[in-house]
Design a protein around this ligand. Structure first.
Ligand code: UT7
Length: 330
């Protein structure tokens, strides 16, 4: 194992301007603000504007992260984008972001699909590539335009998701014991059907019938996902704490995937860590999948919730069903 550490040099985020409230949704599907708030904690979400794509949101978050790090696109030699909603199935959104941002053509650019755990997977990947010594500065982006893959007639899913982006710039650290301390990744591949977009891939290319049946939209068995999510996030958190010989109460702030307040409250109870130690912004953004953690991380940093020396725990789960956790000492 490499002894070199990787650090977060800057963070940034972007949320589209258009706000879609629970009240707005109650006009289009059979739901209510009360149901959405009490079952999920969500009050509103952001929706990308006309012609505003995943790559555009990714660029906006990346610019903010680069400015925060005091770096420019020319400094980046690795660009990893966690997303399940690239502008097109091919090529990677990373290549579009590279071009729009002006990242050098010598940079490695690729997308990574681990759904809502994608940002933690991308952090781990970028960190390993940096410590290999072959890259020096990485831009890691989590970005989604879920409004494009949500069935706006399905009240069981459309109330949950939103659009947004978050990004970090990573580099090699000088001090051992500071930066990304470690990650724990995994997946329950037997549960792919609990949360998926069943049509439009190579197994079932889009047809007139599949489009008419909404097969190209997100399908989710919410109750089952909820149960796996709580178990997977609790275990991923415990595993990484044990691996680094830390107690839960030594974690200054947990930044969990922002899917459902009830899931976060359950994790808080299982870890016996009060909700004040959990960063929650899902009431304003809903579930933005791979963007959720970097968007929350940026808000947490900018609002002073993260101080030098603090240990932050990131923990997520998502379609796959993937899960992941990461520990960062600032
Ligand atoms: O990033 C990973 C993404 N996935 C998740 O995080 C999802 C995890 N699951 C959840 O968050 C929850 O399971 C949901 C929020 C999706 C659903 O909450 P629930 O407490 O598990 O509700 P439910 O699915 O058991 O539905 C309860 C009732 C049902 O009616 P009946 O059968 O009791 O008459 C639903 O039809 O609520 C109904 N319902 C709604 N009612 C009003 C479902 N969606 C809605 C809605 N508005 N939007």
């Amino acid at each position: 194992m490499s002894t070199r550490s990787t650090v977060i040099l800057g963070t940034g985020a972007y949320a589209p301007r258009r706000v879609l409230t629970n009240e707005d949704l109650a006009h289009t599907v059979d739901t209510s603000d009360e149901w959405i708030r009490t079952r999920t904690g969500i009050r509103e979400r952001r929706i990308a504007g006309e012609g505003e794509n995943t790559s555009d949101m990714g660029v906006a978050a990346a610019k903010a992260a680069l400015a925060d790090a005091g770096l420019v696109p020319a400094d980046i030699d690795l660009l990893v984008v966690a997303t399940v909603t690239p502008d097109m199935p091919m090529p990677a959104a990373a290549c579009m972001i590279q071009h729009k941002l002006g990242v050098p053509t010598t940079a490695a650019c690729f997308d990574l699909n681990a759904a809502c755990s994608g940002f933690i997977y991308a952090l781990d990947t970028a960190s390993a590539m940096l410590t290999s010594g072959r890259y020096t500065k990485a831009l890691v982006i989590g970005v989604e335009k879920l409004s494009a893959v949500v069935d706006w007639k399905d009240r069981t899913t459309c109330v949950l998701f939103g659009d947004g982006a978050g990004a970090v710039v990573m580099g090699l650290g000088a001090e051992p014991g500071r930066g990304l301390l470690g990650t724990k990744l995994g997946a329950f591949g037997e549960s792919v059907d609990l949360l998926c977009i069943p049509r439009g891939g190579s197994a079932a290319p889009a047809t007139v019938e599949s489009l008419a049946n909404g097969g190209h939209f997100i399908k989710m068995k919410g109750k089952e996902v909820f149960k796996v999510a709580v178990r997977a996030m609790d275990e991923a958190a415990r595993d990484i704490l044990e691996q680094h010989q830390l107690r839960a109460d030594q974690i200054a702030l947990v930044i969990p995937h922002q899917a459902n307040l009830r899931i976060i409250e359950a994790i808080s109870e299982y870890l016996e860590l009060p909700m004040e130690r959990f960063f929650v912004n899902l009431e304003r953004y809903g579930n933005t999948s791979a963007a959720s953690i970097p968007l929350a991380l940026d808000e947490a940093r900018r609002s002073g919730r993260i101080k030098p020396g603090d240990v932050t725990l990131l923990v997520a789960f998502g379609a796959g069903l993937t899960y992941g956790s990461a520990l960062i000492r600032w």
